[in-house]
Ligand binder design. Sequence first.
Ligand code: SAM
Length: 251
Amino acid sequence: MRLDVVSIFPDYLAPLDLSLIGKARRDGLVDLRVHDLRDFTHDRHRTVDDTPYGGGAGMVMKPQPWSEALDHVLGTADDASGPAPVLVVPGPGGQRFDQATARELARAPWLAFACGRYEGIDERVYEWAAQRMEVRVLSLGDYVLNGGEVAVLAMTEAVVRLLPGVVGNAESLVEESHEGGLLEYPIYTKPSVWQDGDGVTRAVPDVLLSGDHARIAAWRHEQRLERTAARRPDLLAAAATAGALADLDAS
Ligand code: SAM
């Protein structure tokens, strides 16, 4: 998969060199290119923002550096990437980014991310871009960040870990929270009995030590339902509507 990120803080994306994403890059599964928006300005101060028309607080990102930066990205299309990326513009006013969106984006051969700062990007850039590529405005959640870079780190990690070969055991992706509409069951590791710092003995549920795979599967399913009902009843309602619970019960 090809990924391009345009930002005024390219160093913000440095963590994409670490851990599984870093390994995916080194293994050639991901071709990640970070671009400095200021390289597409033409004044001495490398200006990317100006005051908003109509008044109001804050600054707005100017259209010209964005069109030149994105034109540059489009100009690097190759046979593997296809003619144009899906352009993801993170923003609190976008559709909520979730696991289903991550799966959709993971099917694209090429994604580009436009990281806004200040009050965001001049609206005409969205129109300009939509005539050249698919544009998705996606929100990480109902809160406001200072810039798109943190959102790109989160979205990139969620997407890239779904690519074949990135996560060692592909089965671990299937059992996770938000796959199949429910949260994951509680998980435990050794020792089976742990004495905490207060002297309280805490044991792993017996069923997990039983070796009875059918009982363990039934217990885990119960736990997923209980946990989802307690923490995210909205997900349970959505799964029931979609008929996903019946599918899970049958499995
Ligand atoms: N004025 C904008 C509004 O009210 O919708 C908020 C701008 S915010 C201060 C600056 C940048 O942070 C945005 O352009 C976007 O790139 C990013 N951002 C902020 N909150 C976000 C969120 N919840 N999800 C994704 N990106 C976000």
